[in-house]
Design a binder for this molecule. Structure first.
Ligand code: NCD
Length: 318
C-alpha cells in the first residue's frame, strides 16, 4: 500500500494521486448508496438542486461527457454542456479566459477534459468554483479509475468473494505511456493495496511506473497467469505524434491483444475491463469484449453512480 498524501480538500477532484485510501473508499461507498438513484426508473435526488455544473470538453468524449451530464441531472443540478467545437475557442480565446467568463455566469462546478496535462489543476487555481478533472492529457482520469475500482469491488461482492481490492493482482495492459487511465488506475489500485502489473511493449511502459509502485512485465501471458483482473487500454495513437517504437499492428495484436485463446491460459474467473472506446480486433478481440468475463458495459453503467458521488462530494465541500 502506498503512503497516503496530504489531506484532500474535497473541493476539486484533480487526480487520484491526491486521494488517500480512506478518501477513495468513502467515494466508492457513496457511489454505492447513490447507485439505486442512477437508473432511468428512479426519482431524481434533490441533492444538487439550484447548483450549476458545466461540462467543458476540449477533447472528444462519449462515455465520460454523457455520464457526467446524466449524473448531474440525476442529482437535479442544472447542466451546461460546452464543447470546444462551436465555442469562441475557435476565435483564439484562451482556456483561462474561457473559464473566467463561464465562472462569471455563476457556475458551481466545472468538469474539464483537456489535452494538456495539468489543465484541470491550473483552472482550479484560478477559479472559485469546484473543478473535476475528466481527463488531462496523459496525466490523470480520476473518475475512470474510480469506476474501475467500483466495478472490481462490485464483482467481488457479487461472487461472494471475501477478498478486497487489496488482495488482487491487476494487470494494466498496453499503451501505458500515453494513458491517463493507466496512471489514475495505478494510483488508486496501489493506494488500496492491490498488486499492479504494468504490461506492454518496452517502448510503451515507462520505467516511472515502477516508482509509482507497479511491477513492470513485458510478457502478457506471464501477466495473465497471475492476474485476477486485466484492464486493456486503447492504443492512444492521437498522442504518438510520429513517435518511433510502436510495434507494427499485426505484431501488437499477436503479443498484446487479448484473444480467446489467450484467455484460456488465464485464471478462469479473470475480470476483463476496458475503459472504452474499444478497438475491436486490436487490443481485445470481439468475442472477449462481448464474452462472459467482460465487464466493459458494467463499467460504463457504474460510471454514473461514481460521478454522482464525485459531484456530490466536491459540491458539499466547504
Ligand atoms: C479514455 C480516455 O479518454 O482517456 N476513455 C474514457 O474516458 N472512457 C480512454 C481512451 O480514450 O482510450
Amino acid at each position: 500500500m502506498t503512503a497516503n498524501p496530504a489531506p484532500w480538500d474535497r473541493r476539486h477532484l484533480l487526480g487520484l494521486e491526491d486521494l488517500s485510501a480512506g478518501d477513495i473508499t468513502a467515494l466508492l461507498d457513496l457511489a454505492r448508496e447513490l447507485a439505486p438513484h442512477s437508473t432511468r426508473s428512479s426519482r431524481k435526488l434533490a441533492a444538487l438542486a439550484g447548483r450549476t455544473v458545466v461540462t467543458m470538453f476540449y477533447e472528444n468524449s462519449t462515455r465520460t461527457q454523457l455520464s457526467f451530464q446524466l449524473a448531474a441531472q440525476r442529482l437535479s443540478a442544472d447542466v451546461l454542456p460546452f464543447t470546444k467545437a462551436g465555442a469562441s475557442v475557435a476565435k483564439g480565446e484562451s482556456l483561462l479566459d474561457t473559464v473566467r467568463n463561464i465562472e462569471a455566469m455563476g457556475v458551481d462546478c466545472m468538469v474539464l477534459r483537456h489535452p494538456a496535462a495539468g489543465a484541470a489543476a491550473r483552472v482550479a487555481s484560478r477559479v472559485q468554483c469546484s473543478v473535476v478533472n475528466a481527463g488531462d492529457g496523459q496525466h490523470e482520469h480520476p473518475t475512470q479509475a474510480l469506476l474501475d475500482l467500483y466495478t472490481l469491488r462490485e464483482v467481488l461482492q457479487e461472487r461472494r468473494d471475501p477478498r478486497g481490492i487489496g488482495d488482487l493482482t491487476v494487470a494494466v495492459v498496453g499503451d501505458l505511456q500515453h494513458s491517463r487511465v493507466a496512471r489514475s488506475n495505478l494510483w488508486g489500485l496501489r493506494r488500496l493495496g492491490a498488486r499492479v502489473l504494468a504490461v506492454g511493449p518496452a517502448t510503451l511502459v515507462p520505467s516511472g511506473f515502477r516508482e509509482m509502485g507497479a511491477v513492470i512485465c513485458h510478457d502478457l501471458d506471464e501477466a495473465l497467469g497471475q492476474a485476477d483482473a486485466v484492464n486493456m487500454l486503447r492504443v492512444q495513437y492521437e498522442r504518438h505524434e510520429g513517435q518511433a517504437g510502436f510495434p507494427p499492428r499485426a505484431e501488437y495484436v499477436r503479443r498484446w491483444g487479448l484473444t480467446r485463446e489467450r484467455l484460456d491460459r488465464a485464471k478462469p474467473d479473470l475480470i476483463v475491463m476496458h475503459p472504452g472506446p474499444v478497438n475491436r480486433g486490436f487490443e481485445v478481440s470481439p468475442e472477449v469484449a462481448d464474452g462472459p468475463r467482460s465487464v466493459i458495459l458494467r463499467q460504463v453503467r457504474n460510471g454514473l453512480a461514481v460521478r454522482m458521488a464525485v459531484l456530490r462530494t466536491v459540491l458539499a465541500a466547504p
